[in-house]
Design a protein around this ligand. Structure first.
Ligand code: DAH
Length: 350
């Protein structure tokens, strides 16, 4: 074969050469570039050809040498970029994607939001207050006389208790109820007031299936001219029907709270047996969901609202209690245990 033919074949070979790995790249270098490779043979042959062919063949040889260099650079850089990309991701792109599991709203949050939404429809706004509360807002402004046994009804976690028997004004405690927010709102707002105050409350109680030392309440307050007990009853009837279904009945039982007069405890028909009687309602057909009443005139004046001009109603309900009744949850501790098998059952709630 004459030398030009040979060069042409080798040129093609260089063009077609692929180097999927470093070994192949090295063989390319040894074969086409190194001193001991194909090139030195060609240059040896070149010396022996007649002078009149030297110019053309020499040109072709130089081209070939350049081609080999360029191809070597190409192969080396493509190998490098392949290595780089697989190293940086380290991912098998053919694997199916990992399922993205979203968390869900906690059932207590969901019920709180449902309650807010129901009351917002009839003009209530939402207000909040601190969980660490002073004696005035948790007790005294709410008409709890100093040393009155009603204070002991709510087993309080005190943070500071420097008080003597007849002066408790410096006491600081974890709030025992959201009624403290009533006081804060009335102190800061002129009537008409229609507000709902959901929040966490604390009582020094033994934890059991039915009671916890940390739980949630929602407080309602309506103060305006001519607010009556009939308004309170209609508002709570409306709430019970919206929350638990249109056949739900509501019952008010006379009761006592220092901050309301008259006061009532609020029952609804048992959601399990619909009034027939079952273990949940202790065969009475009724279950308690909270307390309510007309705001005591003393409380209004404590908050600088004229009791001659304004009247109001208030109510307080336990959010755990409502959630347990609505979703038939039998143990209050489930709310704080964070067992995913429990929480997952509420994925459809908002
Ligand atoms: N604060 C009361 C409690 O924790 C509940 C309550 C009763 C709130 C009557 C009220 C009310 O606003 O009027 O037991």
């Amino acid at each position: 074969m004459d030398l030009l033919e040979k060069i042409k074949t080798i040129k093609q070979e260089i063009k077609d050469f692929n180097a999927p790995d470093n070994d192949q790249l090295e063989s390319f270098r040894l074969k086409f570039i190194s001193r001991k490779g194909i090139m030195s043979n060609l240059f040896d042959e070149f010396k022996r050809i007649p002078n009149n062919h030297k110019k053309a063949v020499g040109q072709a040889l130089n081209d070939l040498k350049n081609d080999a260099q360029t191809r070597f650079q190409e192969l080396a850089s493509s190998l490098k970029s392949q290595e780089g990309s697989s190293k940086s991701s380290g991912i098998d792109l053919s694997l199916p994607p990992v399922q993205n599991t979203l968390g869900t709203v906690h059932p207590l949050t969901s019920v709180k939001l449902q309650i807010i939404e129901i009351f917002e429809r009839i003009g209530f706004n939402v207000s909040e207050g601190p969980e660490i509360e002073d004696d005035w807002h948790n007790f005294t402004a709410l008409n709890f006389p100093h040393n009155h046994p009603a204070r002991e009804m709510q087993d309080t976690f005190f943070i500071e208790k420097p008080s003597k028997a007849d002066d408790k004004s410096d006491d600081i405690a974890l709030r025992t109820h959201t009624s403290s927010v009533q006081v804060r709102v009335m102190e800061q707002t002129d009537p008409p007031i229609r507000t709902l105050s959901p929040g966490r409350v604390f009582r020094n109680e033994a934890i059991s299936a039915r009671a916890h030392c940390i739980f949630h309440q929602v407080e309602g307050l309506y103060v305006d001219e001519n607010v009556s007990f009939a308004d309170l009853k209609q508002t709570l009837y409306y709430f019970a029907r919206e929350m638990f279904g249109k056949d739900t009945k509501v019952r008010f039982r006379p009761s006592y709270f220092p901050f309301t007069e008259p006061s009532a405890e609020l029952d609804i028909t048992c959601l399990i047996c619909h009034g027939e009687g079952c273990p949940i309602c202790k065969y009475s057909g009724w279950v308690e969901i909270g307390g309510a009443g007309m705001v005591d005139p003393n409380v209004l004046s404590n908050c600088n609202i004229d009791p001659e001009k304004y009247t109001g109603f208030a109510f307080g309900m336990g959010i755990e209690r409502i959630t347990m009744l609505k979703y038939q949850i039998k143990d209050i501790r489930l709310f704080t245990e964070n067992d995913i098998r429990f929480l997952k059952q509420f994925t459809s709630l908002y």
